[in-house]
Design a protein around this ligand. Structure first.
Ligand code: PFF
Length: 548
């Protein structure tokens, strides 16, 4: 087949690798991987993940890029060219295009959040609650309860008058009422108090006296003259969480950022493969690597005990369960942008003399390195500040993490840099998602690039509006895409490459570029047997766990 000049092409292997790595490295690496690694106990989980990347991710990536490269078509057209115009596999392509459409619609909203947080970090708003807000906040019952809880936890540890200690111990049921109150008695009270300090809250709770003491300490606290300043600090974590929730459900602001982000993505993609995507990737990716490296080193220096590294290497094996393996496997697809034709689309713009296998290797390698570096960047912060990511949400990236980032050396700048990193990583992934739909419109409908880009971007933009207004809708779209669309797409692509595609075409991608027969045999075995079985299992759990 001759090279299709009018479609455009990446100028070099480096151009392709950086663009494809740009697609792979995204929110999946910076947030989702550290988060699931944390949840699954690190250590062995990381190993399981690496095995999934090698056994499944890498082979499927080779298959996807090859299908694109030999067909030089969009995901739907590729199967028509290679498998016949009525090929049932063209539905795999359609599913992929739909997947790109769906994922970008909410991905852009999340990317927009990072832009809001670049601005917020720049305004240095993560150190304390603005003073004028404190009084308004304290009128909310929820905030008052939170403040009471925190103040109680702080104050109970501090020295208290003997009679207060006595009353607390009585309420906790640790001592009995007595009339003989001499020095010996108070010595005992003091001893009891300090001995049971840690379990006091629990005991008071059991006796239903906790609220009483929380209110007591709270009222004492308010009497202090610098109470407001202190409250501004105490309320910070809750305020940060609240203002994030308020922001994402505010609608207007997220919509503004979603609009801006889609516009930036559109402007890059409209420029075409070489002048748009390749140029942007060559500019952005090195910056991204430098930021991740810089921040990881910074975090590691903070972590004197090296708990972060130890967690990554050894961790808590008892937290690993059966489901973890499937989680690792599902994430391998998401993080490498597989299962929906993104790599296939980029592959269709690769030049004939470039090696698929070598490029796939570099993309996989870079994505993995960034995922591990992201852990090294985030874990030390979690350990040093005793944070615990909230389960199931992207929360930590926008609620607790910024509060800790500003405590690092160069605080405010670190927070700004971090959100720029999130933004850039999301941008290069978004570009690839849009490109899947654009290439489909250009190849299948014969639209010009400009027309395809405008139509695709507008449609995706509109589809993203509900996600800009509702976090629940966004989560639903994400679950549907990553648990349903990607695994099915990945399974079918592997089956196509392993059973339907001309073996010789795939074989040539190895032999023509001096890659050993052994590697080919490993690849072929994986797409025929390992991938389908594993992906089928992931898909099943995806369905079982649907809506979880
Ligand atoms: N790989 C991206 C990430 O890790 O955030 C997400 C993604 C991009 C998935 C492009 C699929 C895709 F086609």
């Amino acid at each position: 087949m001759q090279e299709n000049k009018s479609r455009g092409a990446f100028s070099s292997k480096l151009g392709f690798v950086l663009a494809a790595a740009g697609s792979a490295v995204g929110l999946g690496n910076l947030w989702k991987f550290p988060y699931i690694t944390w949840e699954n106990g690190g250590g062995i989980f990381v190993l399981v993940y690496l095995v999934c990347i090698v056994l499944v991710g890498f082979p499927v990536m080779i298959a996807e890029i090859s299908i694109g490269k030999v067909s030089q078509k969009d995901p739907v057209g590729a199967f028509k060219v290679l498998d016949g115009i009525k090929s049932p596999f063209r539905f795999v392509g359609m599913l992929g295009v739909f997947g790109g459409f769906l994922i970008l619609s909410y991905y852009s909203v999340v990317a927009g959040w990072s832009m809001e947080y670049i601005v917020r970090s720049g305004a240095d708003s993560f150190r304390a609650v603005p003073r004028q807000e404190v009084s308004t906040l304290m009128q909310k019952e929820e905030m008052q309860d939170y403040a009471k809880k925190r103040i109680f936890a702080m104050q109970i540890q501090k020295p208290q008058p003997d009679n207060i200690k006595e009353e607390i111990l009585l309420d906790a049921g640790l001592i009995q009422q007595t009339t003989k109150k001499d020095a010996i008695y108070y010595d005992q009270v003091n001893e009891q108090y300090s001995k049971n300090l840690d379990i006091l809250p629990e005991l008071l709770k059991k006796k239903k006296k906790l609220a009483k003491w929380q209110t007591y300490f709270y009222e004492q606290f308010l009497k202090k003259k610098d109470a407001k300043t202190k409250l501004a600090k105490i309320l910070l974590p809750k305020y940060s969480e609240q203002s994030f929730i308020d922001f994402i459900s505010n609608g207007k602001k997220p919509l503004f950022w979603h609009t801006l982000f889609m516009l930036i993505t559109l402007l890059i993609v409209i420029g075409g493969i070489q002048k748009g995507i390749e140029k942007a990737s060559k500019f952005i990716m090195p910056i991204l690597f430098i930021i991740v490296g810089f921040m990881a080193i910074n975090s590691l220096m903070l972590d004197k005990e090296q708990e972060g590294i130890r967690f990554l290497l050894i961790g808590m094996p008892e937290k690993l369960h059966g489901y973890s393996i499937l989680e690792a496997m599902g994430h391998a697809f998401f993080t490498l942008s597989l299962g929906m034709g993104a790599m296939l689309t980029y592959g269709s713009y690769m030049q004939k003399h470039e090696s698929v296998v070598k490029s796939a290797f570099w993309v996989t390698f870079l994505d993995t390195v960034i995922a591990l570096a992201a852990c090294l960047m985030i874990f030390p912060i979690l350990f040093v500040y005793h944070l615990h990511p909230e389960s199931g949400s992207i929360g930590i990236l926008f609620t607790s993490l910024p509060l800790e980032l500003v405590k690092l050396p160069l605080g405010m700048m670190m927070a700004v840099i971090f959100y720029i990193l999130v933004f850039l990583a999301a941008l290069t992934s978004a570009i690839s998602l849009l490109e899947v739909v654009v290439t489909y419109l250009a190849d299948e409908m014969n639209f010009s690039r400009i027309k395809s880009t405008l139509i695709a971007a507008l449609a995706i933009y509109l589809a993203g509006v509900p996600s800009a207004f509702s976090g629940d809708f966004l989560t639903m779209a994400d679950h549907f895409a990553s648990r349903f669309v990607l695994p099915i797409g990945g399974l079918l692509i592997a089956i196509y490459a392993g059973y339907r595609m001309d073996k010789e075409i795939l074989h040539k991608e190895f032999t023509d570029f001096g890659i050993s027969e052994k590697v080919f045999r490993f690849f072929y075995f994986s797409v025929r047997y390992i991938t389908p079985v594993l992906v089928f299992l992931v898909f099943l759990t995806g369905i079982i766990g649907f809506g979880k």
